[in-house]
Design a protein around this ligand. Structure first.
Ligand code: SR1
Ligand code: MG
Length: 409
């Protein structure tokens, strides 16, 4: 009998015992310490380290409700999904996710590589750090994990089995509500709008009938287009980074959905970094340099994604129609259309919805925050409504730069 034979929510002392008993990571005489370091909305993340050696490990445990609010009652099966998807992503995109050491279905926890030498990307961008390799790394991650799990590449019965393996109803419901519905009607009354912006949001989002209709269409595409195995929450808080390394973490929202959901999340969160830099860097030359780097990065994310997608398609496609003239280009155009739409949805939901981003909430000056929010939301509407017109990286930069010009500083 072990005290870990029945599920309970662990505290740091329990995690030390767990690491000693269940993991094959530390020496028998290890002197372990542990700290809870999670800052996400759902789970508990523990770092365990040996004071005697340099060994350390991360243990992530799922609780029965979301950390952000007990109102979200969630199956702890999300930890299985996260563990299995991280292992699969590690095979499809080697070096771009943490190494997995194991998954425990009783304790709903998993053990993985400690990435303490990296930094959460959102925090690094808010410190105005540049990562010249990021666009290359993240586009390899996206093309390999997304295109290589579609019907274009995977045998269709096997792909349907994967769809079943990664059915993720509760976490999908969170996205359906928080991303695709509430920003446009606040129907659950849980939006959290910056008070000085409330009337503007009511008019420009809730009051825009055309926008609501587009959100409804996109919501139904999200729920029914089982295109690829998504990460499902690919924002800059789900990425650990350092100069020469990018590691994607936290795929607990994974399920089979539209590819553009992941790509759009990356683009939108780079735009949040841009809006933060634009609002907070006082020195004009520094501001221009850093925002220009972010713009270049967005251009590269889209253009490298396109180029790698085409190359991987030509190398790996097995579907009989994959080489039908123009089919590949039509398919990629639909992915870029969805990417534009999700860029807009993510911009909206992080500003008016329940789950915010620090890039915006930490802008201390009220007028500057108001302007940052409005320029993001104005661009968001263009990404959603004009989504058919987005093809190149340059297309993706135009809406927020244009909106910034329209709102005087
Ligand atoms: C209730 S969870 C709120 C948000 O946190 C996660 O990271 C996802 O982005 C989700 O939408
Ligand atoms: Mg997360």
């Amino acid at each position: 009998m072990s005290r870990y034979d029945e599920y309970f929510l662990m505290k740091p002392a329990d995690v030390i015992g767990y690491a000693k008993e269940k993991l094959n990571v530390f020496d028998a005489d290890a002197d372990l310490d542990c700290k809870e370091i999670g800052d996400g909305n759902l789970n508990f993340v523990f770092r365990v380290w040996d004071r005697k050696s340099s060994k350390s490990v991360i243990i992530k445990q799922a609780g029965p409700t979301a950390r952000i609010s007990d109102a979200f009652v969630l199956s702890t099966d999300r930890n299985r999904i996260e563990s299995e998807v991280l292992a699969l992503e590690g095979r499809l995109a080697p070096g771009l996710v943490p190494a997995m050491y194991g998954y425990d279905s009783v304790m709903s926890c998993c053990a993985m590589e400690d990435l303490s030498d990296h930094q959460i990307m959102r925090a690094a961008l808010m410190q105005h750090k540049k990562f010249p390799l990021f666009a290359d790394h993240i586009t390899t991650f996206m093309v390999n994990t997304l295109l290589l799990t579609t019907d274009v590449v995977v045998e269709h019965k096997q792909k349907k089995a994967l769809v079943g393996q990664y059915i993720n109803p509760e976490l999908c419901e969170i996205t359906e509500d928080l991303v695709y519905t509430e920003p446009f009607n606040d129907y659950k009354g849980r939006n959290d709008v910056f008070p000085p912006n409330l009337e503007w949001v009511k008019r420009e989002l809730y009051g825009d009938k055309e926008l609501r209709l587009e959100a409804a269409r996109l919501k139904f595409e999200f729920m029914t287009n089982a295109q690829a195995l998504l990460h499902g929450d690919l924002h800059t808080g789900s990425i650990f980074i350092k100069a020469d390394s990018t590691k994607v973490i936290d795929p607990e929202f994974a399920f089979y959905g539209p590819i553009g959901y992941d790509v759009g999340n990356v683009v939108a969160n780079l735009i949040f970094a841009w809006a933060n830099a634009e609002a907070t860097i006082a020195n004009e030359a520094e501001r221009a340099e850093y925002t220009a780097w972010l713009e270049t990065t967005i251009v590269q994310v889209i253009d490298l994604f396109r180029a790698k997608f085409v190359k991987a398609w030509d190398e790996h496609a097995t579907e009989v129609f994959a080489r039908e003239e123009s089919f590949r280009d039509w398919y990629l155009a639909t992915v870029l259309r969805d990417t534009a739409a999700v860029t807009g949805l993510e911009l909206c939901r992080r500003i008016v919805g329940l789950a915010h981003v620090k890039d915006i909430t930490t802008i201390a000056d009220e007028a500057a925050r108001l302007r940052a929010e409005r320029l993001c939301l104005t661009a968001a509407k263009e990404y959603i409504k004009q989504r058919d017109g987005f093809r190149t990286g340059a297309d993706f930069v135009r809406p927020f730069k244009g909106a910034a010009e329209r709102f005087a500083r």
